[in-house]
Design a protein around this ligand. Structure first.
Ligand code: NDP
Length: 284
């Protein structure tokens, strides 16, 4: 049976560290790191995420402000708000909750956020910095995966790492971070031939495709480290990952569960990025 990587416990350890660093920051500078979250419309899932982000800010001692805008908000109104937050010295991180209603241009908003306040690391400037390995912020989910690996004492250098999924928010930056950590990285996607065979080469397998229980034991090497980023709802409403936990956990040496693995790390990494942005603002 694999060692279970406890994302909840690791996340709470990191939040404690952030809280301590925040108190120190407050003593040194007399203000708190500030995060602004913008949400447009009333998508229930987005509202839950926004609420969780607010609670996380409270937990670590940040100042936070939520802007809950009506669904009929215009692009111009949204742009004006972003401009205002870009210039607000009490705000160090700006996050626009996606998806936006269809009449709004997500790309335009993401490009408008000052890269120094782009705590989601979606701005092309930050994406480029990640590519060259000289970054301030990392996208939250892949950064969370790296923390889970390193805090579990897992060496990445020299390992065969297979990332399945190539989205801009998970797969691609994940591959880049594993590469920076000296892994030998292969990225797979829906057109990959012989996927099972490629996955079986992996010492570290990162599953991020959004298909419930897709990765079965026959796709995993004995003793592999398996990170399950997937978050899928079963018909009965239960949350499940991309990995068939029951069979794969018999074969892997380490595995992340869903829920309680990668999920709790994402907001924690957002807090870490906001603290970094605040620290950067006093250095500038
Ligand atoms: P996307 O839908 O943007 O990307 C999915 C990727 O998986 C694509 O690159 C796609 O390939 C690939 N893919 C789909 N089907 C297959 C297949 N059968 N074989 C091989 N590759 C396949 O998803 P995201 O990256 O945004 O998210 C992935 C999963 O991670 C989702 O379950 C999501 O809910 C979860 N997630 C979890 C987070 C967390 O906090 N734990 C945060 C963000 C996401 P192609 O490019 O060829 O289409």
């Amino acid at each position: 049976m694999a060692n279970i990587i406890n994302g909840k416990a690791i996340s709470s350890e990191i939040r404690k560290e952030i809280k301590e660093a925040t108190e120190q920051f407050y003593q040194d500078h007399g203000f708190r790191p500030g995060l602004a979250v913008i949400i447009v419309g009333d998508d229930p899932a987005s509202r839950v995420y926004v609420r969780n982000k607010r609670l996380a800010c409270e937990e670590v001692g940040f100042y936070s402000k939520a802007y809950e805008l009506p669904a009929e908000t215009t692009q111009e109104e949204l742009n004006t708000l972003v401009d205002r937050l870009n210039g607000d010295p009490s705000i160090h991180g700006i996050l626009c909750q996606l998806p936006l209603p269809r009449h709004l241009d997500e790309k335009e908003v993401l490009l408008r956020i000052d890269p120094r306040k782009d705590v989601d690391a979606f701005h092309p400037v930050n994406v480029g910095k990640i590519m060259i390995g000289d970054y301030d912020f990392l996208p939250c989910t892949p950064a969370g995966v790296m923390e889970l690996l390193t805090r579990s004492g897992i060496e990445i250098a020299g390992k065969e790492c297979v990332v399945v999924g190539r989205s801009n928010i998970v797969g691609k930056p994940q591959a880049m971070l594993l590469l920076h950590a000296n892994g030998t990285v292969t990225v797979c996607h829906s057109r990959t031939k012989n996927l099972a065979e490629v996955c079986r080469r992996a010492d570290i397998l990162v599953a991020a495709i959004g298909k419930a229980d897709f990765f079965t034991a026959d796709m995993v090497k004995e003793g592999a480290i398996v990170i399950d980023v997937g978050m899928n709802r079963r018909a009965d409403g239960k949350l499940t990952g991309d990995v068939d936990f029951a069979s794969v956990s018999e074969k892997a040496s380490y595995i992340t569960p869903v829920p309680g693995g990668v999920g709790p790390m994402t907001i924690t990494m957002l807090m870490k990025n906001t603290l970094t942005a605040a620290k950067r603002s006093v250095q500038a």
